[in-house]
Write a protein that binds this ligand. Structure first.
Ligand code: G3H
Ligand code: 13P
Ligand code: ZN
Length: 331
C-alpha cells in the first residue's frame, strides 16, 4: 500500500475549487510513456498550470502499474527540478470495476474515475458509491459519469451517445458522494468525432461540427451549482497535424474534432477538467512520420521521439494558454 501524499501528489478537490472560482479548467492529459510524461510536465511548468496525469487501464497494461507509479513520483520531482512545484494529480481514466479502482488507490493514485455510464442508472449509482466509500477513506477523489459518449478507442467503446439527463444529476451526486461528474454534451473519444455529413461548411470551406449542447450544461449547472463538471473526448483534431500525417504516408480519413473556441467557452463554466488524449497522439505521430520521411537513414529512437516530445510540449502549451485558460494560475 502506498498513499499518494507520500509521492508528492495531490487529489483534485482544491484544484477544482480554484478552477471554478478562476473560470478555467484543469488539463487532464493521458500518458503511457516517458516522453509523454516529460512533455506534459515541461508544458505545465512553463505555463505555471496545475495538471492531471491520466492513466487508462490500457496505459496501465502497456506501461506496467509499478513503473507508472514511479513515473508519477518522478513527474513531481521533475517539476520541482524545472523550478515550479505545480500541483499534480495521478488519475485513473475510465476505471470500469471496483477492483481496478481499489488497486490504483492502493498503488498511489490520488484520483479515480469509475465509469458506470453504460450501466442502468441504479447499478451506476451502486458501483460509484462503493468506489467513493473506499476512496474517501484515503482522501482520494472520485469522478463519476452520467450519459454516454460516442467513439471507439482501445478500451472505451460506444456506438452512439446519449446526452446526460439533467434531471438525474442531483440525485446521482447526492446518492454516490462523487467529487466530480463527467457529462455527455456532444463530445466523443478519438479522432473521428463527427461524420462529414453531420457538419456544415463555413465560408472557407472548412467543416464545422454541430455545436456542443451548452443548453444541457447550463441546466446541469442550475441543478448542482458549483459542482465540478468534466468533459471527456475534448480533442480538437488539429487539421495541420492530420495533413502532415497523411502527407507522409498516413491514412486518416474524416478526422474531425471539437472546435477550440467551444472548449474555451466550456472552461469558463462549471467545467473544471477537460480530457485531451487524441490531439497528443496526432502531434507525436505527425512529427515521427515527418522525421522518418525526411531522414530515412535515422534509426536512433531519440532522434524521432525527441522531436515528437517537443511537438507534444508545444501542443500542450497552446492548450493550457488558449483552450483551458489555466496558464499562470500556480505561484
Ligand atoms: O478515453 C480514453 C483515452 O483516450 C485513453 O485511451 O484506452 O487507448 O489508452 P486508451
Ligand atoms: P480525446 O480522444 O478527444 O482526446 O478524449 C480523451 C479522453 O476523454 C480521455 O478520457
Ligand atoms: Zn474519456
Amino acid at each position: 500500500m502506498v498513499n499518494y501524499k507520500d509521492l508528492g501528489l495531490v487529489n483534485s478537490r482544491e484544484m477544482f475549487k480554484k478552477a471554478m472560482e478562476g473560470k478555467y479548467a484543469i488539463a487532464a492529459f493521458n500518458f503511457n510513456n516517458m516522453e509523454q510524461m516529460q512533455a506534459i510536465i515541461q508544458a505545465c511548468v512553463e505555463c505555471k498550470s496545475p495538471v492531471i496525469l491520466q492513466v487508462s487501464s490500457g496505459a496501465r497494461k502497456y506501461a506496467n502499474q509499478t513503473i507508472l507509479r514511479y513515473m508519477a513520483q518522478g513527474a513531481v520531482e521533475y517539476a520541482k527540478e524545472l523550478g515550479v512545484n505545480i500541483p499534480i494529480v495521478l488519475h485513473l481514466d475510465h476505471g470500469d470495476t471496483f477492483e481496478l479502482c481499489k488497486s490504483c488507490i492502493d498503488m498511489g493514485f490520488s484520483s479515480v474515475m469509475i465509469d458506470g455510464s453504460h450501466l442502468p442508472y441504479d447499478e451506476n449509482v451502486a458501483l460509484t458509491k462503493k468506489v467513493v466509500e473506499y476512496a474517501h477513506q484515503f482522501d482520494v477523489t472520485v469522478e463519476g459519469e452520467l450519459g454516454v459518449l460516442a467513439g471507439i478507442e482501445d478500451e472505451v467503446q460506444a456506438e452512439h451517445h446519449t446526452y446526460t439527463r439533467p434531471e438525474e444529476v442531483e440525485d446521482f451526486v447526492k446518492k454516490t458522494g462523487v467529487d466530480s461528474l463527467a457529462i455527455s454534451i456532444g463530445t466523443s473519444h478519438g479522432a473521428n468525432k463527427f461524420k462529414p455529413e453531420q457538419c456544415t461548411r463555413n465560408a472557407d470551406g472548412v467543416l464545422v461540427p454541430p455545436p456542443l449542447r451548452f443548453d444541457i450544461l447550463k441546466e446541469i449547472e442550475k441543478r448542482i451549482p458549483g459542482f465540478p463538471i468534466v468533459l471527456h473526448g475534448s480533442s480538437s483534431v488539429p487539421q495541420d497535424k492530420v495533413a502532415t500525417i497523411n502527407k507522409y504516408g498516413g491514412a486518416l480519413k474524416d478526422a474531425i474534432g471539437i472546435p477550440e473556441d467551444q472548449l474555451r467557452e466550456a472552461a469558463k463554466s462549471a467545467v473544471c477538467k477537460i480530457n485531451i488524449d487524441s490531439d497528443g497522439r496526432l502531434a507525436m505521430t505527425a512529427t515521427i512520420r515527418e522525421v522518418f520521411a525526411q531522414k530515412p537513414a535515422e534509426f536512433d529512437p531519440r532522434k524521432y521521439l525527441g522531436p515528437a516530445r517537443d511537438a507534444l510540449r508545444e501542443l500542450y502549451k497552446h492548450k493550457l494558454v488558449n483552450v483551458l485558460g489555466s496558464a499562470n494560475t500556480v505561484e
